[in-house]
Write a protein that binds this ligand. Structure first.
Ligand code: ZN
Length: 308
């Protein structure tokens, strides 16, 4: 009996060991004619999702393919490239980094190694340089899946707040308003397709993230550009493909609520812990990670309002 039990246990252990570890699978879904998105999960960074807990975009033009964000690592970037090849035979010509958070640019080294141009707004540069080490540390959970990743600055920077790229007749407009989530946040607008890739200016389904480099004030300036554009379709930085109304409810309104509450608290001389405790996060409680993130957002916004 005992032997049989041991044998069974050994068999069970062996079969568990044989289970392949799960890894991120990148595939692009059509969003509009020639426009695709990979929608990443909205969990935190993990070994299984390889840090690609964010969305990536792809635009196929007559002058080659354009990738929007390079992913969280060298290995993830290679998977993204493979997924691009499944959608189009057009060679990848350009990678745009919509911000300076890890999953927007740490795959740059892979693409640069293939001679593919990488581009971001110049305001991203200092933050990329300053936080590359911190971002790599934050991805230690990827273990050997981070192997090969070398933080690589974009090969090209745009310096104006508005610019337009013409890729074989497909217009790609970049809009930058001093950043929000990160200093280099850039909107990618495709006027002929009526699609906007917002990068981390729009979060849906989950609560937005704030870091010490984030600025809610200029984040709202970036958001106002989306309201002027009124895109039919928004591919957010995180969460499912969405529209302006949902983006306003889940990103803009949260930023406004935080700023309004914290401005009043600072003006009235309320201390930070009382200000954080009295913030009403109820309208946003349904968003994923609200329990963990809302107090942190409240904290950082208080400090920002103090500085303003
Ligand atoms: Zn992000």
């Amino acid at each position: 009996m005992r032997t049989r039990f041991t044998a069974l246990a050994t068999l069970l252990a062996a079969s568990l060991l044989a289970l392949p570890a799960s890894a991120v699978e990148v595939s692009f879904q059509p969003v509009a004619d020639g426009v695709y998105a990979y929608i990443g999960e909205i969990e935190g960074r993990s070994y299984d999702n390889e840090g690609l807990n964010a969305n990536i975009g792809l635009v196929v033009t007559a002058a080659g393919a354009v990738l929007i964000d390079s992913g969280s690592s060298h290995q993830v970037a290679a998977k993204i490239h493979e997924a691009v090849r499944k959608v189009t035979t057009q060679p990848l010509k350009l990678v745009i980094n919509t911000g300076d958070q890890d999953h927007r640019w740490l795959g740059n080294g892979y693409f640069a190694g293939l001679g593919i141009q990488t581009l971001a707004h110049a305001d991203a540069k200092a933050d990329m340089q300053a936080r590359a080490g911190e971002q790599m540390d934050g991805l230690k959970v990827l273990r050997e899946r981070l192997d090969g990743t070398r933080p690589t600055l974009p090969s090209r920077f745009v310096t104006t707040q508005d610019s337009t790229l013409d890729m074989g007749g497909t217009l790609i407009e970049l809009r930058h308003r001093q950043g929000g989530h990160t200093p280099g946040d850039t909107l990618v607008w495709l006027p002929q397709k009526n699609v906007l890739f917002s990068g981390d200016v729009v979060y849906v389904d989950r609560v937005l993230g704030l870091h010490p480099v984030s600025r809610t004030k200029t984040w709202l300036d970036s958001f106002a550009v989306i309201e002027q554009i009124k895109p039919h379709t928004i591919v957010p930085g995180h969460g499912s493909v969405t529209n302006l109304t949902t983006a306003q409810a889940q990103t803009r309104d949260l930023l406004l609520a935080l700023r309004t509450h914290m401005k009043k608290a600072v003006d009235e001389g309320m201390d930070i812990s009382a200000a954080v405790k009295s913030f009403n996060g109820q309208p946003f409680a349904h968003l994923k990670h609200a329990d963990v993130w809302l107090p942190q957002l409240a904290n950082l916004t208080y400090l920002e309002m103090e500085r303003e």
